[in-house]
Design a protein around this ligand. Structure first.
Ligand SMILES: *Cc1c(COP(=O)(O)O)cnc(C)c1O
Length: 387
């Protein structure tokens, strides 16, 4: 019997500690954690630098509210701006909040330049942007919105990576095109660089803002700091969360100077957003991800992992349909029962998580070791042989 509401289907597993890429269960077993709290534990568990930063700040000041200057947040914002397209940052606490703020900023921008009717947001059908009311209707997913009407209006939808479908849905009222640079929850689907470039071109031609949700694929997960860098396009607004906190809840919206100007005092706010405790942690993550060789190593490990998974796919064509992914955001599309496959991985001490389209999602910490990838491959191979 649990006093928690039943909105999650939880596995019968709990943990007493985590170290690096491993989790230790309360019943004394050691698991390879290749879901990282859903792309959150960028540096694995119990990273000494994160522990140190947290402990130091805990003895100084935790929270003061945004009525005051927060120097730790200024430092983190500067780091984010220096390394990306962005000129300004707003801190929040989660991915859904970051996306909500992104939608608000896009609408407010057109309002501020005298075009209040240019307020519709064009999203991908069956995408994922979080569980708030606006975001579930942005996702265009029947499953997520069922029973939560009345519908939040203002969202239109196009088909994944389909330029024709996108062009058809654009009107004079389209304020922003909003999608994940590489889609996580909805099945590890990566847009081609060409598609991203074409979308950006359309945005330029039609005075539409480009919002790229990098809540899951950002912060090095793709092998670049942001996945959009592969296509060399410049977005206007990028919501982030998950990986920037490494386990501490942090979200943020990055934006260009142009759109940031509309965000005058009173237009947005958050009680917790960007508090000193969160900010010192974000600073550690940024410093680690931008250490020389860190992102290169993510790409190297990704290449190795994907290459080896393709070999397993070749050996078990009746089990594995497709290998998908970018960086360490990896998907195995299976032809067998997904829950059964993930259960078998768990029984063999490898933790993963599902994504849409019958895909097993694999999200190791970004500082994962090659021998840990080898261990995961061995387990995946073994489980495939059981079908
Ligand atoms: C997880 C996720 C969100 C929602 O983030 P929360 O922190 O759970 O609110 C939004 N967008 C994408 C792409 C995500 O993966």
């Amino acid at each position: 019997m649990s006093y928690l509401a039943g909105n999650y289907k939880r596995r019968k597993l709990s943990f007493k500690k985590g170290r690096g890429s491993f989790l230790y269960s309360t019943d004394g077993k050691k698991y390879l954690d290749f879901l990282s709290g859903i792309a959150v534990n960028t540096l694995g568990h119990s990273n000494p630098k994160l522990i140190k930063a947290l402990n130091l700040q805990a003895k100084k000041v935790w929270h003061v509210s945004n009525s005051f200057q927060i120097p730790e947040g200024e430092i983190l914002a500067k780091k984010l701006v220096k390394r990306t397209f962005a000129d300004k940052v707003i801190f929040v606490n989660s991915g859904a909040e970051a996306n909500e703020a992104a939608i608000k900023i896009a609408r407010r921008y057109f309002y501020s330049i005298g075009k209040p009717k240019k307020n519709r947001i064009l999203c991908i059908k069956n995408s994922f942007h979080g569980r708030t009311l606006a975001n579930i209707f942005a996702s265009g997913s029947k499953k997520m919105t069922e029973g939560f009407g009345p519908k939040v209006s203002g969202f239109d939808h196009f088909k994944f990576s389909d330029l024709k479908s996108l062009k058809k849905k654009i009107t004079k009222k389209t304020a922003a095109i909003f999608f994940e640079t590489a889609m996580g929850e909805s099945g590890i689907k990566v847009h081609s660089r060409k598609f991203l470039k074409q979308v950006k071109k359309i945005c330029n031609q039609k005075n539409i803002l480009l919002i790229l949700d990098e809540v899951q694929c950002g912060i090095g997960r793709s092998g670049k700091f942001f996945a959009y860098e592969y296509a060399n396009v410049k977005p206007d607004i990028v919501p982030i969360a998950k990986g920037i906190g490494g386990g501490f809840p942090i979200g943020a919206v990055l934006m260009s100077n142009k759109v940031s100007k509309c965000m005058i005092p009173g237009t947005h706010g958050s009680t917790y957003g960007g508090n000193p405790l969160a900010m010192v942690i974000g600073n550690v993550i940024m410093d680690e991800v931008f250490k020389k060789g860190f992102l290169k190593n993510v790409r190297k490990n990704s290449n190795y992992f994907l290459e080896q998974l393709l070999i397993i796919k070749k050996n078990y064509p009746h089990v594995i349909k497709e290998i998908r992914g970018i960086g360490l955001l990896i998907g195995i599309k299976v032809s067998v029962d997904l829950a059964n496959f993930i259960n078998k991985l768990t029984k063999n001490k490898l933790l993963t998580i599902r994504a849409a389209e019958n895909v097993v999602r694999i999200l190791p910490p970004l500082n994962v070791k090659k021998k840990e990838i080898d261990l995961a491959l061995k387990i995946i191979n073994k489980v495939c042989s059981e079908f």
